[in-house]
Each structure stands twice: as structure tokens, then as C-alpha cells.
Write a protein that binds this ligand. Structure first.
Ligand code: C2O
Length: 545
């Protein structure tokens, strides 16, 4: 195994998109940021130097960080932010993981431009569980804002209303042909006729789930979230922020040019549906091109409508592990968390600070607790040093009141409480967690990400979860594993995992518009003995708040 050393300089960089040049935060001046390529078993040492004007942290999304929570990165959870002029070195080893992950800033909305691929190849000499592709291409789906995303966030937090939507979707940072001033830089993927390539698709968009398809071509899904799947052939995939999907693509069509395209699935917080489409071009190298004639326009794929929940659900529920897997069956801890939006009443409904529906302010919660991030120190530091008053461990295992979650929810239940509440799990316990969307304000799909773990997705459905009948239909044989799972709009999803990684692990909606409203909670996983210092000591250069 190898150790890879990298330096990430966080800096302001001029970037030109949609005819305008804007200063944005990048790593090493690159947008998207540098791709990290390692093998299973390798170690990474990444020195982050903050030369920008904002506090920042980095997160290695999907890396389990076994007994190594100090390298996980969410701000005020496992560390204080790296302040301007500061540095912090993330050190971690890849333990039995391979496939496509990614890294991103985990401070407010900085990940809008601070993200990159994290590709883990199998150990030297061990093959993929599918025919080795001739070539591989990362496809990072994203969003571009003409305004500084940090200002968009600040405005939304001031007004209490929905944040402005982005101005373009992007593939590898480029909006593509169908947006103004973007044609020349459209990403091109060259292929030889008949060859098979691997696309490592990552949804790094801030607030948008996406449909993705390639004109005239089928894709074969072979992995999600760096976990292999049974090969699944499909014309379209749905991918939520935080998720990755590896697909094999065989160039088996008439040599020509074809668009790869992505556009919105669902809209966050009643935002206007944005039907714009980002594209890249699949170019057969032997497509005959008559001299002096412009190449014909590539063919666009059919993409489902933004509200086509049926297509999204058909895709996600068809995913399977490659073979029988060890799903925990004796459940020690059974949890039921509502996830959803809410509205806070305003003392003066007409004020500029109450621009949510009917003079309210948007909020979001899990089990009616809107998560407040501490500011004085991080949760992990408070835990390790025994600092009282930073968090409590009374996160409710079930909603404080039961109601018809996806029905007509009484107005009195729309305003959540607030707190920094953790849920304590005994080391080694087997956990079942049902995530239930609510129809408070509106039903929405919430891509829920659990740090420090991946989990089995054993079931999902629409309406209210029924504890009497739904578990009988769980797939306990070959369910897929993921680190980020969509809670269907107006529905529920059930996951299982073993709490085998001590530390404090954030679970949150990966739509950053919802995360900043408090759609988060954290698990505190103690070690077997349950003593206070159940985790390794923090690195000496861990930033202070
Ligand atoms: Cu991809 Cu908490 O993040």
C-alpha cells in the first residue's frame, strides 16, 4: 500500500461561466477540484491551507474513517473550521472500500465550488468484478450560481424564504452546449466504436437531485456509493446529491455524436422548476466528418419530467447487492425519524425577515428537532474533553407526537423545537432506522447521508410507514448498500447497519438548502466499555474555534 501526499490550497479564483467572470473559492485554482486517485489499502495525507477569506473544512464523503473521526471534517461536528491563514492535515487510510467517492467542503455553502472526485481502485492485482473497461471518466454533476453562493445563502437566511436556484447545471464544472457562452468548453468524451468505458457519475450539486441519460445508449450500473451492485441495465439514472453511480457504457451505436445530459428531478422548497439541461458530448472517434462541413448537432436523450417519481423510484428500487449479503436481523435499536421542512411563526409577519410562506420563516427538522450546530467548539472536541453544555444525548428515537405524517398536518405541528441533540448508540448494536418524509409545507425527496457508515437499504414506500405490514416486505437477502439514500417524497425508507465505528457521526439531508435549516442530527457511538474517551486522541494540529 502507498501513502499519497497532497496539498490543497483553498483560494479565491476567477472563473468564467455563462459569459461572466466571477471570483469563487477553489482548491489549487481548479474547478472542479483535483481528483484523488488511490487504491484500496492506501493512505492519504492532505494538507489543507486556507488562503481564502472564509472558514472552511473538508469532508471525504463516503470514507468510513473507522475509529478516525477527527479526519471526517463536518464543521463544528468533528472539528472547528480552518480559519483564514490556518492549516489542517487530514490523514486517513482506505479500509476495504473501492469505487467512486468524492470530497467536498463541509462549511455552509462552500461546496458549491469546492469539490472533486475521490477514486479508489482495487488493490494492485485484483480486478474489478466486471470486464475491465478500456477507459474511465469521472462525471461530476453540479450547479453554477452567477451570484456568490455564500451571498445566496446569506440572503436566504436573512429573509427566511427559499434560496434562489442556481443558474446552470454542470458536468465537470461546465454547463455545456445548451447554455449561453458555454459551447466551446462543453466536456467531450471520445470513444472508439464497440469499446466499453466506465463513467464514474457523482452528484455534487448543492440542492438538486438529477436525472441522467445518454442519447440512444443504455448504461449498466455496476456500483453506487463505492459499493458494487448487481449489473443493472437502464436508460436513465436518478442520482441525489452525495450519491455516486458507476456505469459501463458500450459504444454500440452508429458512429456519431450523442449528448450525455442531466436535468432536475424534484424541486426544493417549492422553487420554480428549472428545466434547463446540462450536457457533455459522447464522440465516436470514427464518426465520418465531411471536410469543411460543420459536425451535425448531437442527439439529445429523452429525460423524464421533473416530477416523474415513478421513473426515479423504479430505478432506485431495482438496485441490488451483487449477491446475498449479511443484513442484521436481530435488531437492538429500532428508530423512526421524521425528516421534513417546517415553518417558524414570525412576531411581525410582514417584516423583510419573514419571507417564507404566509409571512413565516422556513425551517427543517428530524423528529421535530431542528439541529443547531455548536459554535464554541466541535461536538467531538466537547465529547473528548468532557466540555459540558455543548450537546445533549436526548434525541428522540421516535417522533414526540404521532400524526398522519403524509396527510393534512395540523398547523400546530409545523414549528419544530431546536437543539443540539445526539442519539447514543452502544458499540456493536444493530440498528434499524426508518426515515419518514412529512407533508409539512410540502413533500420532498431528502437524500439522507450518514457519516462514518454505509448501510443496507432494506425497504421503501409511499405514504406512512406501517410497522405492522411493511417490515414483512423488507429485502433482507440482497439489498443495496449506500451512504446516502433518498427518502421518497411523501414516503419512507428503511435502513439497517451495525454501530461498529465509534465517534460522533452527522446524519443530514444532502440538499444544503435543507441542511442549513437544521435537517440533521448526529449519532454518538461509544466503544464497548462505554468510557468517556472511547476514541483516539485528536491530532495536534486540530483547529481551535
Ligand atoms: Cu457529503 Cu455531510 O456530506
Amino acid at each position: 500500500a502507498e501513502t499519497h501526499y497532497h496539498q490543497f490550497v483553498v483560494q479565491q479564483t476567477p472563473i468564467t461561466r455563462l459569459c461572466r467572470t466571477r471570483n469563487r473559492i477553489t482548491v489549487n485554482g481548479q474547478f472542479p477540484g483535483p481528483a484523488l486517485e488511490v487504491r484500496n489499502g492506501d493512505s492519504l495525507v492532505i494538507r489543507v491551507i486556507n488562503s481564502a477569506q472564509y472558514n472552511i473544512t473538508m469532508h471525504w464523503h463516503g470514507i468510513r474513517q473507522l475509529r478516525n473521526p477527527w479526519a471526517d471534517g463536518p464543521e463544528y461536528v468533528t472539528q472547528c473550521p480552518i480559519q483564514p491563514g490556518g492549516t489542517y492535515t487530514y490523514r486517513f487510510t482506505i479500509i476495504d472500500q473501492e469505487g467512486t467517492l468524492w470530497w467536498h467542503a463541509h462549511s455552509r455553502w462552500l461546496r458549491a465550488t469546492v469539490y472533486g472526485a475521490l477514486i479508489i481502485y482495487p488493490r494492485l492485482g485484483s480486478p474489478y468484478p466486471f470486464p475491465t473497461p478500456k477507459r474511465e471518466f469521472p462525471i461530476l454533476l453540479g450547479e453554477w450560481w452567477d451570484r456568490n453562493p455564500m451571498d445566496v445563502l446569506r440572503q436566504a437566511q436573512f429573509t427566511g424564504g427559499p434560496p434562489n436556484v442556481s443558474d446552470a447545471y454542470t458536468i465537470n464544472g461546465q454547463p455545456g452546449d445548451l447554455y449561453r457562452c458555454s459551447s466551446r468548453e462543453t466536456v467531450r468524451i471520445p470513444v472508439d466504436t464497440k469499446e466499453t468505458i466506465l463513467l464514474r457519475i457523482i452528484n455534487s450539486a448543492l440542492n438538486q437531485e438529477l436525472f441522467f441519460a445518454i442519447a440512444n445508449h443504455q448504461m449498466t450500473v455496476v456500483a453506487i456509493d463505492a459499493l458494487y451492485t448487481r449489473p443493472l441495465t437502464t436508460r436513465v439514472i436518478m442520482i441525489g446529491p452525495g450519491q455516486t453511480t458507476d456505469v459501463l457504457l458500450t459504444a454500440d451505436q452508429t458512429p456519431a455524436r450523442y449528448y450525455l445530459a442531466a436535468r432536475a428531478y424534484q424541486t426544493a422548497m417549492n422553487a420554480a422548476f428549472d428545466n434547463t439541461t446540462t450536457t457533455a458530448i459522447l464522440e465516436y472517434k470514427d464518426a465520418s466528418c465531411k471536410k469543411g462541413q460543420p459536425a451535425p448537432r448531437p442527439i439529445l436523450p429523452q429525460l423524464p419530467a421533473f416530477n416523474d417519481t415513478a421513473t426515479a423510484t423504479a430505478f432506485t428500487t431495482a438496485l441490488r447487492s451483487p449477491s446475498r449479503v449479511n443484513v442484521p436481523t436481530n435488531i437492538d435499536v429500532s428508530l423512526f425519524f421524521t425528516v421534513g421542512l417546517g415553518l417558524n411563526n414570525c412576531p411581525r409577519p410582514n417584516s423583510p425577515r419573514c419571507q417564507g410562506p404566509n409571512g413565516t420563516r422556513f425551517t427543517a427538522s428530524m423528529n421535530n428537532v431542528s439541529f443547531i450546530f455548536p459554535r464554541r467548539t466541535s461536538l467531538m472536541q466537547a465529547y473528548y474533553q468532557g466540555i459540558p453544555g455543548v450537546f445533549t444525548t436526548d434525541f428522540p428515537p421516535v417522533p414526540p407526537v404521532q400524526f398522519n405524517y403524509t396527510g393534512n398536518v395540523p398547523r400546530g405541528l409545523w414549528q419544530p423545537s431546536t437543539g443540539t441533540k445526539l442519539y447514543k448508540l452502544r458499540y456493536g448494536s444493530s440498528v434499524q432506522l426508518v426515515l419518514q418524509d412529512t407533508s409539512i409545507v410540502s413533500t420532498e425527496d431528502h437524500p439522507m447521508h450518514l457519516h462514518g457508515y454505509h448501510f443496507y437499504v432494506v425497504g421503501s414506500g409511499f405514504g406512512n410507514f406501517n410497522p405492522q405490514t411493511d417490515p414483512a416486505r423488507f429485502n433482507l437477502v440482497d439489498p443495496p448498500q449506500r451512504n446516502t439514500v433518498g427518502t421518497p417524497p411523501g414516503g419512507w425508507v428503511a435502513i439497517r447497519f451495525i454501530a461498529d465505528n465509534p465517534g460522533i457521526w452527522l446524519m443530514h439531508c444532502h440538499l444544503d438548502a435543507h441542511l442549513v435549516l437544521g435537517l440533521a442530527m448526529a449519532f454518538l457511538v461509544e466503544n464497548g466499555a462505554g468510557q468517556l474517551q472511547s476514541v483516539v486522541a485528536p491530532p495536534v494540529d486540530l483547529p481551535r474555534c
